[in-house]
Write a new protein. Structure first.
Lengths: 394, 132
């Protein structure tokens, strides 16, 4: 099997699994208990906090553990909105292609009377910092722009956006779920006030994540109960998961340069190879994208059948087609970069891992070519395009 | 657990009656690229019997399997039976479809009914449409 869906989730690293099982076997006490067995778990928890903080250039007290990226996004956005509301500021700026954990939270706030501005992400899938500057108003309480997009992998000019927000005294959040562990992220250098991350995207366990909130920013709790996480997130901590997340992140950070260089080489090989297929287009900027992300639209075919046939060939990938999502609309990300429905349905996302080989990349290229050609062979749209009855879009 | 039944995957991987009938006397195309599935059915009808049927589909696994199964269900059948074909019959013959994929089997039913209407309208004005 060639796993090329690392943006969906990653395989846990050996180190993370070992960290997790050793805590489950030995250090399984409740970190809130006062006896030594509990305090050992507490130590593991705080060590994880230190490690994570040091990777992203934060202070341990600025890190809060959550159940993943979605919870972190929700808690941060709702907290910032609450702070804004207190000061009569009810305007939030974001982008059209954020993850649903952000977009749906913003929708909820909109229903509660907030005004939301979703910035255009252009054809290349990148927000222009000047758009942010222009959109900021006196009543803007939050700018939330993702570090890197989960479908097309485009990396946003976070540092510049952060700088603008600092200058304008507006809180800046970035959903860094796809970036952390893959490209350098430093909350101080990048002028980030609030950040979300998720362990399972960097070879840690699922259902664990963290958020960063710069010292002085008061968060709201989403879950009421005990006093864990300084009263900001009740519930006995998932100590094994959290420790495994820290171990995975440290490992990812240490191997980042080597991994990214190899992935970029393989990414560009895939892009070059797939580009040879007639009437296709790369989605998102070719250079300013995550080292592991390849995303194409192929005209005349539909994404789900492409995925099923690739699965038959042992390749795990994903698509933004409607029929893979259960709704009639294709991915909001592809629509946001201006792909029309007709071609957005025929998309393919390959998110390659650190260990992909040249041979595997060659095999993927060959397989995608074969499957696209096969599906076009009995596609009525392709027939109309070839006969000139319809005009090619790509 | 796979997304689809064995039957669906069989018809998806080895679709029956794929292609075009050059001298079809009933052609129907339904769906649109906006919703993500398009089906085109070609019928060759003689003596009120579907002598031959072929399809082309742009769509998901369920759409391709539904088109394939629908052609199997009407091939060699009298028009009186073809008119009664429902999407439920197509889905059942495929050992079921996931709930949110039922619309793809509806398209198969509609494509066949649309091809049938085309045939009937051509019969109404035989000089023009026939054989194109
Ligand atoms: C950009 C982005 N944000 C948030 C999430 C949600 O993370 P989690 O699955 O940990 O809740 C994801 C995961 O798909 C993501 O890619
Ligand atoms: Zn479908």
């Amino acid at each position: 099997m060639i796993y090329a869906d690392n943006a969906a989730t990653t395989r846990m690293s050996e180190t993370a699994i070992q960290t997790m099982t050793s805590l489950m076997n030995e250090n399984w006490g409740n970190p809130s208990s006062l006896y030594v067995h509990g305090q050992k778990a507490k130590e593991a928890l705080e060590k994880a906090r230190e490690e994570i903080a040091s990777v992203i250039g934060a202070n341990a007290r600025e890190i809060l553990f959550t159940s993943g990226g979605s919870e972190a996004d929700n808690q941060i956005i709702l907290s910032a909105a609450g702070l804004g509301e207190k000061n009569g500021k009810k305007h939030i700026i974001s982008s059209a292609f954020e993850h649903h954990a952000v977009l749906h939270t913003l929708k909820k706030l909109e229903r509660e009377g907030f005004e939301i501005t979703l910035l255009d992400v252009h054809e290349n899938g990148i927000v222009d910092p000047s758009q942010v500057e222009d959109a900021i108003r006196d009543d803007t309480c939050l700018v939330t722009i993702m570090y890197a997009n989960n479908e097309i992998g485009t990396i946003q000019p976070i540092r510049k956006i952060g700088e603008i927000c600092r200058r304008k005294h507006v809180l800046f959040h970035t959903d860094a779920v796809q970036a952390i562990g893959h490209i350098p992220v430093d909350v101080a250098a990048d002028n980030i006030d609030l950040l979300s991350a998720s362990a399972h995207k960097f070879h840690g366990p699922k259902g664990v994540g963290f958020l960063y909130a710069k010292k002085g920013i008061r968060l709201q709790s989403l879950i009421e109960g005990g006093a864990q996480e300084r009263g900001l997130r009740a519930g006995t901590e998932n100590v094994p998961g959290i420790a495994a997340m820290a171990a995975a992140l440290k490992e990812a950070q240490e191997g980042m340069e080597t991994a990214a260089a190899h992935q970029k080489k393989m990414r560009d090989k895939l892009i070059e190879g797939l580009k040879q297929i007639p009437h296709c287009a790369l989605n998102g900027d070719a250079a300013r994208r995550l080292p592991g992300n390849v995303n194409f639209c192929f005209e005349g075919i539909e994404g789900e059948s492409l995925l099923l046939l690739l699965d038959d060939k042992g390749i795990c990938a994903s698509s933004g087609s409607a029929c893979t999502s259960g709704s009639l609309d294709p991915s909001h990300v592809l629509l946001a970069i201006g792909r029309v429905h007709d071609v957005a349905h025929g998309s393919l996302r390959l998110s390659i891992g650190e260990t992909i080989t040249e041979e595997e990349a060659d095999y993927i290229i060959r397989s995608v070519r074969e499957v696209v050609e096969y599906l076009r062979g009995f596609s009525p749209i392709w027939r109309d395009l070839m006969s000139g009855k319809k005009e090619f879009i790509l | 657990m796979a997304l689809y039944s064995e039957k669906v995957m069989d018809h998806f991987r080895n679709p029956r009656n794929v292609g075009v009938i050059e001298d079809a006397n009933g052609i129907g195309e339904v769906g649109n690229a906006k919703c993500g599935d398009i089906m085109k059915m070609y019928l060759k009808i003689e003596d009120d019997i579907v002598q031959d049927v072929k399809f082309e589909t742009f769509g998901c696994g369920s759409a391709i399997a539904s088109s394939s199964m629908a052609t199997e269900l009407i091939k060699g059948k009298p028009l009186s039976e073809v008119r009664k074909l429902t999407n439920q019959a197509v889905a059942e013959a495929l050992d079921g479809l996931p709930g949110y994929k039922m619309h793809c089997s509806v398209l198969a039913e509609e494509a066949i009914q649309s091809a049938l209407e085309d045939y009937e309208s051509r019969q109404g004005k035989p000089a023009e449409g026939a054989g194109t």
